[in-house]
Design a protein around this ligand. Structure first.
Ligand code: ACO
Length: 386
């Protein structure tokens, strides 16, 4: 098995748990060999451009597509919960902090403020998750504005989830294409099986800890540059390259220096991430009428170059970054955008883990010294005073 680094008897350490099956799940099938992805049995390519993100959330949480009435009721609930409590508003002026650190702190604070925050029944978790899912875009958009010295914008209850997100970020209502594009991006980032942040959330609720603790921990895991944090580096990378013509020489240098280019490579999809072409289509659609149309061509050249040279496929973060850049998201806000979408999957896994829980507690293959003679008590540092 790839990734195995050590074994003793029939015990084997698999570095990075590569390929290890850690639980049974009925939420998502990631078919890495064929480059396919299914939510609850449905191929994402069949619905990512048509389905409303909130309907996808309901599919992930309940296992079936909502009826029109169920979807309308959920949509109403989400719209009514978008406002932020005053304690959270006080966090937003932390302009110099990493937005993901603010988001992580805000979720933890919300847990502390929720009088029912320790209740872990499925109904309580769905209610906590609905509020968090409604509030995250409000918080992310507010962070995006205060960091540019702009006043925050209150949610517009007349707008749907994606349209309102862009409205709170820019203060103007988006076009139909822009809102639809963001909706597709949110759907494609909604869930992805046992990635590092989702596994983290399952570990936390596996101890019977609460939902907010799980999401706070998941945000911490997502922040890292080997996971969601990679996306914040994609636009700076493309702008650093500068033009499609400069791509081959840039790749030469990067590979010679053994640098990892953000937005490329994946633990499971070795050749093709099915989300990338759908995100590329969004990026291309929203690139019209922008000041940086060449960004998309450059992105295409870099994708082709890396695949030809290293067979490294573009991952979910690559074209999402390009599309989000066109939609006016500041480059350092993109991991936070992922979090505001991935809350869907984290919640689905929290519900599934809780429904059939066993504490997650693996073992380590001990490599340290064994049975050493202990120094005399008088020479031990920290011995209690006589
Ligand atoms: N750029 C350059 N080379 C790469 C990249 C990359 N982005 N990704 C992998 N490689 C190379 C490695 O250097 C290694 O080469 P070698 O065999 O010559 O040493 C080979 O490909 C295999 O890499 P691994 O580290 O074994 O792959 P792993 O499964 O551990 O890593 C990961 C997957 C972490 C996603 C990796 O591809 C990476 O670091 N990508 C950049 C960060 C990124 O985009 N992360 C977002 C992932 S998607 C998400 O989390 C939302």
């Amino acid at each position: 098995m790839s990734g195995a680094i050590a074994s003793r008897g029939d015990q084997q350490v698999v570095a990075g748990l590569d390929g290890v099956l850690a639980c049974e799940s009925a939420i998502t099938l990631v078919d890495g060999d064929n480059g396919e992805l299914f939510f609850r049995g449905y191929d994402v390519r069949d619905f990512a451009e048509q389905a409303d993100y909130l309907a996808v959330v309901q599919l992930l949480w309940s296992g079936r597509w909502p009826s029109p009435a169920e979807h309308a009721a959920f949509d109403r609930q989400v719209r009514s919960r978008r406002g932020l409590p005053p304690e959270m508003l006080r966090l937003i002026p932390m302009q110099s902090a990493n937005p993901m650190a603010v988001l992580r702190t805000a979720v933890s604070l919300l847990g502390a403020l929720d009088p029912l925050g320790d209740v872990t029944s499925p109904a309580a978790v769905v209610s906590q998750a609905t509020t968090l899912l409604a509030r995250m875009p409000t918080l992310v958009a507010a962070l995006g504005r205060v960091r540019r010295g702009l006043p925050t914008i209150a949610p517009d209850p007349e707008l749907g989830h994606a349209a309102n997100y862009l409205y709170m970020l820019h203060g103007i209502r988006p076009t139909v294409d822009e809102a639809a594009g963001l909706n597709t991006l949110m759907t494609l980032h909604a869930e992805h099986e046992l990635n590092a942040s989702t596994f983290t959330a399952r570990i936390v609720v596996g101890t019977l800890s609460d939902y907010y603790s799980a999401i706070t921990a998941a945000l911490g895991a997502l922040k890292g540059p080997r996971h969601g944090g990679a996306i914040d580096a994609v636009l700076p990378l493309l702008r650093d390259i500068g033009s499609a013509e400069a791509v081959p020489a840039y790749v030469d240098r990067a590979l010679a220096e053994r640098r990892r280019l953000p937005g490329f490579g994946h633990r499971v999809y070795r050749e093709h991430d099915p989300r990338a072409p759908l995100q590329a289509a969004v990026a291309q659609r929203v690139s019209a009428d922008t000041q940086e149309p060449m960004l998309f061509d450059m992105a295409r050249s870099l994708e082709a170059e890396l695949f030809t040279r290293k067979r490294l496929p573009a991952n979910v973060d690559y074209y999402a970054a390009v599309a989000l850049g066109y939609l006016g998201f500041p480059p350092d806000l993109l991991t936070s955008f992922i979090a505001s979408s991935r809350i869907a999957g984290w919640t689905a896994h929290v519900l599934e883990q809780t429904a059939d829980n066993r504490l997650i507690r693996p073992r380590a293959l001990y490599r340290g010294p064994r049975r050493r003679p202990c120094p005399p008590p008088a020479t031990l540092q920290g011995a209690p005073p006589q």
